[in-house]
Design a binder for this molecule. Structure first.
Ligand code: PGA
Length: 293
């Protein structure tokens, strides 16, 4: 399965396997709000931004959590201009092709994203992998393009489908997805990478939720994969977040896990109150600092 991880049934949820990482400074907590196409009107975006600004300002969480809002591309400029300056803005995609076609008609280049104040790019989401057919190789190429631009950071999503999990391939699939992306990240750039674990089988209405124990086992495996590909410092610097049906109600269950450094939310990010409630649950469960572990 790669990366030397234990199987989901045998690993322990007690404590992080992240021994090397624990000797490093604490990673900053991260929450991403991927709006997908949940908002398509400018006035709705402005209303949500105003609500987020108010709730975020009142929460006092700016010092402890890095919050990033990812609207549809055509709303990036508008959202950036109205959003609280302590909140980052991210794009949901970049490019549509690898070089030499990457400056062609309709292409969203990394430089264009920087022009509108974007600092994160979501890559590898299951929508892109499974619906739009993006391969590990294409996603790796996009990671290289993004990480090569100063000021841009990568929010990479990995995760197995139901069929892959049922075939016992979950950890191998995640190891493969991570390996393809890791090859594109310079050794010193891992603090600019957030990796989201998305158990594709656990998302959507009525799906069986991923248990916190399973999430922790996969996150520990992911940390081990990063360590294997890029070393201890990379594993310590890289943030691992959980995604898929995270809500104000269940965020606390995942927030306390030792290898969970935050979340990406979809639906919960379309409402200011639930977005800030997820952030609050994360901050409340904040792990002890590295020195105290
Ligand atoms: P959800 O979306 O929080 O609405 O499940 C998460 C995602 O797809 O990234």
């Amino acid at each position: 399965m790669g990366c030397g991880a234990s199987t989901p049934s045998s690993a322990s949820v007690q404590g992080s396997t992240d021994a090397a990482a624990s000797s490093q400074p604490q990673r900053r907590l991260f929450v991403g709000a991927n709006w997908k196409c949940g908002i398509e009107a400018a006035d709705e975006a402005e209303k949500l931004v105003a609500d987020i600004n108010k709730a975020w300002g009142a929460s006092g969480l700016a010092a402890s959590i890095e919050l990033c809002v990812c609207p549809p591309a055509v709303l990036l400029d508008r959202v950036r201009s109205k959003l609280d300056g302590t909140i980052s803005v991210g794009a949901q995609n970049v490019l549509e092709a690898v070089p030499p076609a990457s400056k062609g008609t309709g292409v969203l280049t990394p430089a264009l994203l920087r022009t509108v104040g974007c600092s994160w790019v979501v890559l590898g989401h299951s929508d892109r992998r499974n619906t739009f057919g993006e391969t590990d190789a294409l996603i790796g190429e996009k990671v290289a393009q993004v990480i090569g631009v100063d000021g841009l950071n990568v929010n990479l999503t990995v995760g197995e489908t139901r069929a892959q999990r049922e075939a016992g391939d979950a950890l191998a699939v995640i190891a493969r997805q991570l390996a393809a992306a890791a090859a594109s990240v310079p050794a010193t750039a891992w603090s600019r990478v957030v990796i989201a674990y998305e158990p594709v089988w656990a998302i959507g209405e009525g799906a069986q939720p991923c248990s916190p124990e399973e999430a922790q086992r996969v996150h520990a495996h992911m940390r081990q994969c990063v360590r294997q590909h890029a070393g201890d410092a990379a594993a310590a610097a890289c943030r691992l977040v959980y995604t898929g049906s995270v809500s104000a109600q269940n965020a606390h269950e995942y927030a306390a896990l030792p290898d969970v450094d935050g979340f990406v939310v979809g639906r919960a990010g379309l409402q200011a109150e639930s977005l800030v409630a997820v952030c609050t649950a994360l901050a409340r469960a904040a792990k002890p600092s590295a020195e105290q572990r």
